[in-house]
Design a protein around this ligand. Sequence first.
Ligand SMILES: Cc1cc2nc3c(=O)[nH]c(=O)nc-3n(C[C@H](O)[C@H](O)[C@H](O)COP(=O)(O)OP(=O)(O)OC[C@H]3O[C@@H](n4cnc5c(N)ncnc54)[C@H](O)[C@@H]3O)c2cc1C
Length: 431
Amino acid sequence: MEPVKIIGAGLAGCEAALQLAKNGIPVRLFEMRPETKTAAHRTGDVAELVCSNSLKSDQGENAHGLLKAELRCYGSALLGCARQARIPGGKALVVDRQRFSAEVQFTLDDAGIEVVREEIREIPDKLVIVASGPLTSPELAESLTGLLGAKRLSFYDAIAPIIAADSIDMNVVFAASRYGVGRDYLNCPLTRKQYDRLVNELLEAELHPMKDFEKSSLFEPCLPVEEMARRGRETLAFGPMKPVGLTLPETGKRPFAVVQLRRENTEGTMFNLVGFQTRLKHGEQKRVFRMIPGLEHAEFLRYGSMHRNTYLDGPELLLPTLQTKVRSDLFIAGQLAGVEGYVESIAAGLVAGINAARIAKTQKPIEFPEPTMIGGLLKYITTPNQNFQPMNANFGLLPLLNKRVRGRAKRNLMAEMALDAARKFRRNLAV
Ligand SMILES: Cc1cc2nc3c(=O)[nH]c(=O)nc-3n(C[C@H](O)[C@H](O)[C@H](O)COP(=O)(O)OP(=O)(O)OC[C@H]3O[C@@H](n4cnc5c(N)ncnc54)[C@H](O)[C@@H]3O)c2cc1C
């Protein structure tokens, strides 16, 4: 049998390789480091964690905890390595990063997978998984755009926060599109005084530090909200917060400013803050954006961020199996597929690995079930979306509950149902 080629021995590539090996499929795993470097990796190690050494929460009622529980259920090899390399870190799965890479290397060796130290510049023929990550080498990125289309690859993300629909105060916000053409948006109205307070806080709030290689990355049409505030006190009122075409239902008057909330999914469980892409620290986003009328109790499902990040237009290019639409033997895994985060990248590697193994065995690739965190994530990154930005695990990706529960009880119930669905799926997953 011809080996499946995998480009990138990062989190997704290593997980995919180990899933293939588990199914008896030969693999050639290519990694360009240490010879060719990226702007963030520091070593030649496989599965290097480029920044934090935390794989986030390990608690069942947390979205990342659920994602890990599903990965465990499907037999994720990298999650096993993370547990071997675990160091104390409270409720989070925190690892010794060198030990983690060493565990992954050991597991690859044990499975007979050789890491070929070579930069791949052209997408190869036949069964291949591209898992070259957010810092994909420029030549490979060019080959991808040649195959998939120039507008289909982004190099920076500009992410606005997403909040849970049921945490919005519907007594304060009003549903309306501009000029009365529909009711597609929820609008948070601000008085002059409220607007001024928000601008003051945006100017004072603490920012995530930028990496050196990201410093030139501000993209004018997509400036962070705090940068817009810095350019002039009225900039936001004439920009994303302009109230034109909107009137308050009670008075018929135009508010001084509005923050518009746009639906993020068909089910209407998630809304994003339009134009509020930001580099504020997570705690600061919570503090400052909860000053917006109607968002006092907002539950943040995804925080805003702006990064150097190579990712594909998943909704246009990918199937939920992580095959590309143009070539059924070409898979995309990891951050390049439009997921965001270490564990999400591992999950995308697992899905691509399992499905590539199925193709190698002439079986039909499978879609992971929607009522699970992995299924929800795959659905999100492959559903039509004109404003697509990468997505992390969160409870807004799961189907609505048909009973009214809130807070921790709601999350526990959703996690229980998702895990049940994952276990049933696992039983039928005869790869
Ligand atoms: C600077 C930065 C910091 C981040 N910090 C965090 C964080 O703290 N927490 C978090 O959850 N997520 C973080 N992320 C996001 C993301 O989770 C990680 O980047 C994660 O490692 C992505 O996994 P991956 O497998 O898709 O890519 P990677 O782990 O980056 O693996 C891709 C591999 O492909 C190799 N490669 C690239 N091009 C080629 C080529 N042409 N030929 C051969 N090999 C190639 C690379 O060298 C790399 O080893 C960060 C991202 C960046 C860019």
